[in-house]
Design a protein around this ligand. Structure first.
Ligand code: SF4
Length: 660
C-alpha cells in the first residue's frame, strides 16, 4: 500500500487542515444538482414493495417531508421497473417533484427500462454483469480483458439510454458484493472496490457520458473511509473527471448503533470535504434517515470560518490502510491495550454508589456486591468532586491535581494536570498522570513530557474544525516521535442526544479510523439549571456513546454487532421486528457480528464479514449462515432464531446472559 501514497499535492482531499469541499462536477438529477457548489443532497430509500404503488407513494411522501431530496426505489425485475412509472406519475400528480432513483442489482433489463422512466439509476458494478459464485478464478491478462469486453457489451446499452434520456447514474460499489473477478485479482480490499467502479466508469467515459455519481459503501467503517479516499486519489491520478461522491455506510443497523456507525464513516469523510450526497441507512422506517443525514451535513454549512490550523507539510499517516499509532504502555493505556473510556462525572456532587449504574457499574445492596456490564467505564473523571466511597471492578478515579494533591489517598486516584501545573509540579503519581492540553499547546507539551513514562495526554480543541485540529496535534506527536498515549476529549454544549452521538462519532471516530487515540472522554459542558437526574442521564449517554464510537471505529468491541440491512422492496420479513427479536436474545455476545438481511439475492454478499447470518430466502423462510457458509436452508421463521442460537452454540461462541 505504501506505493499508493503520493505527495501531499495528490492527496485525497484539498486540505488536511482547512475545511474545503472537494471540487466536483455537478450532475443533474431532475431538478436536483449533485456536486459542484451545490449543497450536499440528502437521500434515502423506500422499504415497501415496489409493486405497491400507493404504499410506495405514501412512504416517499413521508420521506420527502422529513427532508429527503432524492428517493431511491428498488427495481429487482422488469415489472417493478415498469411500476416506477405509476409511482412517479402519482407523486407528480400530488405535486412532489423529487427525483426518483431506481436501484438495480443483477438485472440489466430492469435498469434499461427504469433509465427511461426515472431521473437516475443506481447500478452495483459487483453484480450488474456478474453472478456471484464465490469462486476464485485465475485470470490471465488476456482472459481478464475478455471479461472486461463482456461487461462492456452488457453495460453499454444502459449507458446509451441514460445519455439519450438525460438520466444520471450512480456506480455504487459495495464492499460485500464485489464480483468474483475483482475478488480474484484485488481481493476483498479498498483497491478492489475502487477498481470495481473504475471498470464501469471507463466504459461511461469512452461514450462521453459523465452524469455519474460514485459510492464505495461498506459496513466496515475503516474499509469504507479508505475506499472513498483511494477512489478520489485514483480519479485524480487517472485523469478522470472529479465525479461527485455519494456517501453511506451499509447495513449500519438501528438506533444509537446505526447513527454512530454512520457518523463515524460519513462524518470522517465530510470533515475532509468529501461527499456531495449522503444516505444514512438505518434499520428503521426510512423517514428517520433524512434528519440524521441532515444533522451530519449541517455541521459544515459554516465550517469554512473555523480558526486556522497550522498546515501539514509532511503527512505521516497512511490514509488507505489502518495502522495504529505506536505508543508506550502507560498503566493500562497504549501498548496493546484497547482504547480506554473515561467518563466525566465531575458535575455531580457526592455521587452515590447506586448512581454509578450510569457508567455501567452496578451496586447490588442486597448482596453488598458490585457488578459491571459490558459498558462499564474504565476511569471516571471526578474533577473537584471526589467520590466518597471505594470504587469497584477495577474502575479508577481521576481528580484535578489541586484536589489530588491534598487527598488522603494518592495511590488509588490519579491526578489531572493543566500544562502550567504539570511543568511546575513537585509531586506526580508514580504510575499514571494525566496532562490535559488543547491542540494549540502541543508544541509546548512535547518537551514537557519527553522521556516521561508515567503520563497520558488528554487532548482537546476549541476549534470548530475539531477532528482536523486534533489530527494536526497527532501529526506533531508523530513528527516528534513521541510515544505518549493520547485520550481524545470532546465537549458539547446542550444539544439533543442524537447530535451528541453524531458529533462525537465524527470528531473522535475520524481519528480512531486512522489509528489515532488511546482513549475517549466526552465531557459535560453544562452547569446549573439542570436537575441531578438530567445530568446523570447525560453522563449515561456519554458513557454509552463512548463505547459505541470505539466499536463503530472497530477499535474496541464491547457489544454484539448487528449488520442489518435497511430493508427495501425485496425484503422478505419485518426487519425491525426481527432485528429487535434477535438483539433481545443475543445482545450479550460481546464482539460477535450477526448479519440480518432481508433477501437472499443481496444479503449474503452484503453482510460482509458477519460471523453469523440470518437471511430471508422466501416467504416465512430463513437461511442461516456461519460466515459465508450456509448452515441451514429454508428454516421456518418461527424457529429461525432458536436455530441461529444453536449454530452459535455449536460453534462454541455462546455464553448464557448474566442478569444484573
Ligand atoms: S439485503 Fe436488504 S436492503 Fe439489500 S436488497 Fe436485500 S432486502 Fe434490500
Amino acid at each position: 500500500m505504501e506505493s499508493l501514497i503520493k505527495s501531499l499535492d495528490s492527496l485525497y482531499c484539498d486540505s488536511l487542515t482547512g475545511y474545503s469541499r472537494r471540487k466536483t462536477i455537478p450532475v443533474r438529477v431532475g431538478d436536483v444538482l449533485i456536486g459542484g457548489d451545490n449543497p450536499i443532497v440528502v437521500q434515502s430509500m423506500t422499504t415497501v414493495d415496489t409493486m405497491d404503488t400507493m404504499g410506495s407513494v405514501e412512504q416517499s411522501i413521508r420521506m420527502i417531508e422529513s427532508g429527503c431530496e432524492l428517493v431511491r426505489i428498488t427495481a429487482p425485475s422488469i415489472k417493478e421497473a415498469e411500476n416506477l412509472r405509476h409511482i412517479k406519475a402519482e407523486l407528480r400528480k400530488r405535486g412532489y417533484k423529487t427525483p426518483l432513483v431506481a436501484d438495480i442489482h443483477f438485472t440489466p433489463n430492469a435498469a434499461e427500462l427504469a433509465a427511461r422512466i426515472v431521473e437516475k439509476v443506481r447500478i452495483n458494478p459487483g453484480n450488474y454483469a456478474d453472478k456471484k459464485k464465490f469462486e476464485v478464478i485465475d485470470y490471465t491478462d488476456a482472459s481478464y480483458a475478455d471479461e472486461l469486453d463482456r461487461i462492456r457489451e452488457r453495460f453499454l446499452p444502459l449507458v446509451k439510454i441514460c445519455k439519450e434520456n438525460g438520466t444520471a447514474m450512480r456506480i455504487g460499489t459495495n464492499h460485500g458484493s464485489l464480483s468474483d473477478r475483482i475478488m480474484s485479482r484485488y481481493g476483498d480490499t479498498p483497491l478492489g472496490m475502487v477498481e470495481s467502479a473504475l471498470e464501469f466508469l471507463r466504459i461511461c467515459e469512452d461514450e462521453n457520458y459523465f452524469d455519474i455519481v460514485i459510492s464505495m459503501k461498506s459496513s466496515n467503517t475503516q474499509v469504507m473511509v479508505q475506499a472513498y479516499r483511494l477512489l478520489v486519489q485514483k480519479l485524480n491520478e487517472g485523469g478522470f473527471k472529479p465525479y461527485p461522491l455519494h456517501l453511506g455506510v451499509t447495513e449500519a443497523g438501528e438506533a444509537e448503533d446505526g447513527r454512530i456507525k454512520s457518523a463515524v464513516g460519513i462524518g470522517t469523510l465530510l470533515e475532509d470535504g468529501l461527499g456531495d450526497t449522503v444516505r444514512v441507512s438505518l434499520t428503521e422506517d426510512p423517514e428517520f434517515e433524512a434528519p440524521v443525514a441532515k444533522a451530519l451535513i449541517d455541521r459544515y454549512s459554516e465550517r469554512k470560518s473555523h480558526e486556522p490550523i497550522p498546515e501539514i507539510t509532511h503527512y505521516p499517516i497512511t490514509p488507505f490502510e489502518y495502522n495504529k499509532r505506536q505508543v508506550a504502555e502507560i498503566y493500562n493505556f497504549g501498548g496493546h491495550n484497547v482504547p480506554r473510556v473515561i467518563t466525566d462525572i465531575s458535575k455531580i456532587e457526592r455521587i452515590t454508589d447506586r448512581e454509578m449504574k450510569v457508567v455501567g457499574h452496578f451496586y447490588l445492596p442486597e448482596l453488598d456486591k458490585w457488578k459491571m456490564n459490558d459498558q462499564g467505564c474504565d476511569f471516571v473523571y471526578s474533577g473537584s468532586n471526589p467520590i466518597p466511597f471505594m470504587l469497584p471492578n477495577g474502575m479508577k478515579e481521576i481528580q484535578d491535581f489541586a484536589v489530588w494533591n491534598l487527598a488522603p489517598d494518592q495511590v488509588n486516584k490519579f491526578p489531572l494536570f493543566k500544562l502550567e501545573e504539570y511543568k511546575g509540579a513537585k509531586r506526580f503519581h508514580s504510575e499514571l498522570n494525566f496532562l490535559e492540553i488543547s491542540a494549540l499547546e502541543i508544541d509546548a507539551a512535547i518537551p514537557a513530557i519527553a522521556g516521561k513514562k508515567d503520563t497520558v495526554l488528554i487532548l482537546k480543541t476549541a476549534n470548530t474544525h475539531s477532528m482536523p485540529a486534533l489530527r494536526r496535534a497527532f501529526v506533531s506527536l508523530l513528527e516528534a516521535k513521541s510515544d505518549v498515549p493520547v485520550v481524545v476529549k470532546v465537549s458539547y454544549p446542550d444539544q439533543s442526544a442524537d447530535m451528541t452521538m453524531l458529533y462525537a462519532a465524527t470528531d473522535v471516530g475520524g481519528l480512531l479510523i486512522d489509528g489515532l487515540g488511546d482513549g475517549i472522554l466526552i465531557s459535560l459542558e453544562k452547569e446549573a439549571e439542570h436537575t441531578r437526574a438530567e445530568v446523570l442521564e447525560q453522563i449515561k449517554l456519554h458513557n454509552t456513546v463512548s463505547f459505541g464510537v470505539l466499536q463503530a471505529a472497530r477499535t474496541r468491541m464491547s457489544k454484539t454487532e448487528y449488520i442489518s440491512c435497511p430493508s427495501c422492496g425485496r425484503t422478505l420479513f419485518d426487519l425491525q421486528e426481527t432485528t429487535a427479536m434477535i438483539r433481545k436474545r443475543t445482545d450479550h455476545l460481546k464482539g460477535v457480528k450477526i448479519g440480518i438481511m432481508g433477501c437472499i439475492v443481496n444479503g449474503p454478499g452484503e453482510m460482509a464479514d458477519a460471523d453469523y447470518g440470518y437471511v430471508g430466502s422466501g416467504k416465512g423462510k430463513i437461511t442461516l449462515y456461519k460466515g459465508k457458509e450456509v448452515m441451514k436452508k429454508s428454516v421456518p421463521s418461527e424457529k429461525a432464531v432458536d436455530e441461529l442460537i444453536n449454530i452459535i452454540k455449536e460453534d462454541g461462541m455462546w455464553n448464557e446472559p448474566e442478569t444484573i
